[in-house]
Ligand binder design. Structure first.
Ligand SMILES: Nc1ncnc2c1ncn2[C@@H]1O[C@H](COP(=O)(O)OP(=O)(O)OP(=O)(O)O)[C@@H](O)[C@H]1O
Ligand SMILES: [Mg+2]
Length: 250
């Protein structure tokens, strides 16, 4: 079963075509990695999956993009519904300048949840899911900007999970982190995929090989190869993929 189905997608920023004829089926409850050199369109595609590009002036998308079988670019599709189902975590941890507790309850409150006990439960559950509960449970009133970068990133994952999404989009979530925090996030991704569909952009090929089930290799706005991660890394079909994963360019 596919979470996303992308058919013949083209994306333009003004006259510049950033994505060309993308065809991808992203399976549910698996980890899909996007790899490829800088500027090849990984973030552009990732952001298209929760319509973050709506905010970019002169960005135009053609083709068919289905989420749970529905075209989420059709006129009457509710973008807020999509953004609730599809959460995102960025390269730089970006907690709000407020308490840990308020960071996590921000989304649920926006969706109308006010009951204190329910909010408490959401906070505990989300922080546990993001493997940071034990570190912050006695300090929930602390300003989220005053924890380490690795903790901030797990907090941002917890914040994304608090609205109970189906999908987690992660754009280079560990590139600003130390090796130990990186390992924690990688372990977390492995655990979360039982319940969530995860799409992760990474420049770290070992990371893609370690944690993803499927990998898409991008080059100049095109998907050169999309396959099971094991296969793509051990027996790539295309010479360009082989060159990239062996470090010959990019
Ligand atoms: N808002 C924008 N307006 C115009 N062009 C853009 C915009 N955002 C991205 N681009 C261009 O689209 C192409 C793809 O960019 P994108 O950010 O998707 O690449 P990427 O694969 O994520 O790169 P990186 O690995 O460096 O993050 C690049 O040529 C970039 O300059
Ligand atoms: Mg990017």
């Amino acid at each position: 079963m596919n979470e996303f189905s992308i058919k013949n997608m083209d994306l333009f920023y003004g006259d510049f075509q950033a994505l060309k004829k993308i065809n991808l089926d992203i399976p549910k409850h698996q980890v899909t990695a996007f790899i490829g050199p800088s500027g090849c369109g990984k973030s552009t595609l990732l952001k298209s999956l929760n319509r973050m590009n709506d905010l970019v002036e002169n960005c135009r998308i053609d083709g068919e993009l289905l989420f749970e079988g529905e075209n989420f670019y059709q006129k009457d599709y509710d973008a807020n519904h999509l953004r609730k189902r599809v959460g995102m975590v960025f390269q730089q941890p970006n907690p709000f300048p407020m308490s840990i507790y308020d960071n996590i309850t921000y989304g649920p409150r926006t969706h109308g949840i006010r009951d204190r006990k329910t909010l408490d439960e959401i906070v505990e559950k989300s922080l546990k899911q993001a493997a940071i509960w034990d570190e912050v449970k006695d300090d929930l009133k602390k300003n989220a900007l005053r924890v380490s970068g690795g903790q901030q990133q797990r907090l941002c994952i917890a914040r994304a999970l608090a609205v109970n999404p189906d999908v987690l989009l992660m754009d280079e979530p560990t590139s600003a982190l130390d090796p130990i925090s990186t390992l924690k996030i990688e372990e977390l991704v492995q655990q979360l995929k039982d319940q969530y569909t995860i799409i992760i952009v990474t420049h770290n090929m070992q990371q893609a090989a370690r944690i993803s089930d499927k990998t898409a290799f991008f080059l100049h706005g095109e998907v050169v190869e999309f396959d099971d991660t094991d296969k793509l890394f051990t027996n790539p079909k295309h010479e360009k993929t082989a060159d990239y994963i062996s470090g010959r360019f990019g």
